[in-house]
Design a binder for this molecule. Structure first.
Ligand code: KIV
Length: 278
C-alpha cells in the first residue's frame, strides 16, 4: 500500500503553485544514501532514467525497464522526507496508448510511493497526459531534447535554434500545460525559446541546459558532484570532485591492506575467554 505524503513533504500541486515564484531546486537521485544527502536541500527529486548511464553504464536511456525504475524509485521515495519524488516512465512503457501509460504509471505510484511520474514528449503525448491526470496520476512533462528519442532525433544536439523547430517546441509546451502536467522539464533548448515558453505557460518550467529564465533548474546528481567523469555537458556546473576523493580513498585502503596496516587493533573484536584446545 502507498503511504500518504509525509507531513511537510512537497506535493505536485505545491510545485505547480510555485510558478513565477522562488526558483524550484531539483536534482536527480537513484539510491537511498544519495537521497538522504540531497533531500533537505531540494524541492523535487527526480529518479531519472539517466540511471542508465550513471548506475548501469549503458550508452543511452533506451534500454531502461519499468522494473529498474520501480526498484530505484522505491529506494528514493522511502528515503525522502521533504522533497517531492518523481519517477521517470522508461522508453516503451507509455507511448503505445493512454491505457498502457496508466498501467505503467499506476505500478510506479503504487510500488514506489513516489508523488508523480515524468514522461517525455510534447503535443503527441497530450492525450496521454490528460488521461493520466484525470485519473489521479500527477505528470511532469519533458520537452526540447528528449533523450529516449535519441534514435529518431539522430543525436543529443541543442533543440529549438531554428524558427520551425522553435515553433514546434513552443506548441509542445502549450499542449502539455493544457493537458494538465503540473510542471515541464525543458532540456538542452535555445535560451530565447526557453524564455518564451516560461513566459507563455502557466506551469513551472524546469530547465536543464535551458537558461535561468526557467522557473526551476535540474541537473543529474552525478554531474553536480563529479561522480560521472566520462563526459561533461556544457550546461553542467560541477560543484565537487567526488570521483577523485573516492579514488584516493580506495588507493589508500588497498595500500593499507597490502601493508597489513588495516585492520588495526581498534577494528577487531576481543574474546571473552581463551579458545579451548581440542
Ligand atoms: O533522466 C533524467 O535524469 C532526466 C533529467 C536529465 C531531466 O530526465
Amino acid at each position: 500500500m502507498t503511504a500518504p505524503p509525509r507531513a511537510r513533504q512537497i506535493t505536485p500541486p505545491a510545485i505547480k503553485a510555485r510558478k513565477g515564484g522562488e526558483p524550484i531546486v531539483c536534482l536527480t537521485s537513484y539510491t537511498a544514501s544519495m537521497t538522504r544527502l540531497v533531500d533537505p536541500h531540494v524541492d523535487l527529486i527526480l529518479v531519472g532514467d539517466s540511471l542508465a548511464m550513471t548506475i548501469y553504464g549503458m550508452d543511452s536511456t533506451v534500454g531502461v525497464t519499468l522494473d529498474m525504475m520501480i526498484a530505484h524509485g522505491r529506494a528514493v521515495a522511502k528515503s525522502a522526507r521533504h522533497a517531492c519524488v518523481v519517477v521517470d516512465l522508461p522508453f516503451g512503457s507509455y507511448e503505445e496508448s493512454p491505457a498502457r501509460a496508466f498501467r505503467s504509471a499506476a505500478r510506479v505510484l503504487a510500488e514506489t510511493g513516489c508523488g508523480a511520474v515524468k514522461l517525455e514528449g510534447g503535443a503527441e503525448m497530450a492525450e496521454t497526459i490528460r488521461f493520466l491526470t484525470h485519473r489521479g496520476v500527477p505528470v511532469m512533462a519533458h520537452i526540447g531534447l528528449t533523450p529516449q528519442s535519441v534514435n529518431a532525433l539522430g543525436g543529443y544536439g541543442v533543440r529549438g535554434r531554428g524558427a520551425d523547430e522553435a515553433a514546434s517546441i513552443l506548441a509542445d509546451a502549450l499542449a502539455v500545460a493544457d493537458a494538465g502536467a503540473f510542471s515541464v522539464v525543458i532540456e538542452k533548448t535555445a535560451e530565447p525559446l526557453s524564455r518564451e515558453i516560461s513566459a507563455r505557460i502557466g506551469i513551472p518550467t524546469i530547465g536543464i541546459g535551458a537558461s535561468v529564465a526557467c522557473d526551476g533548474q535540474i541537473l543529474v546528481i552525478d554531474d553536480v558532484v563529479g561522480l560521472f567523469t566520462e563526459f561533461r555537458p556544457k550546461f553542467v556546473k560541477r560543484y565537487a570532485e567526488t570521483a577523485q576523493a573516492i579514488e584516493a580513498a580506495v588507493a589508500e585502503y588497498a595500500a593499507d591492506v597490502l601493508a597489513r596496516r588495516f585492520p588495526g587493533p581498534e577494528h577487531v573484536f576481543s574474546a571473552e575467554a581463551p579458545i579451548k584446545k581440542t
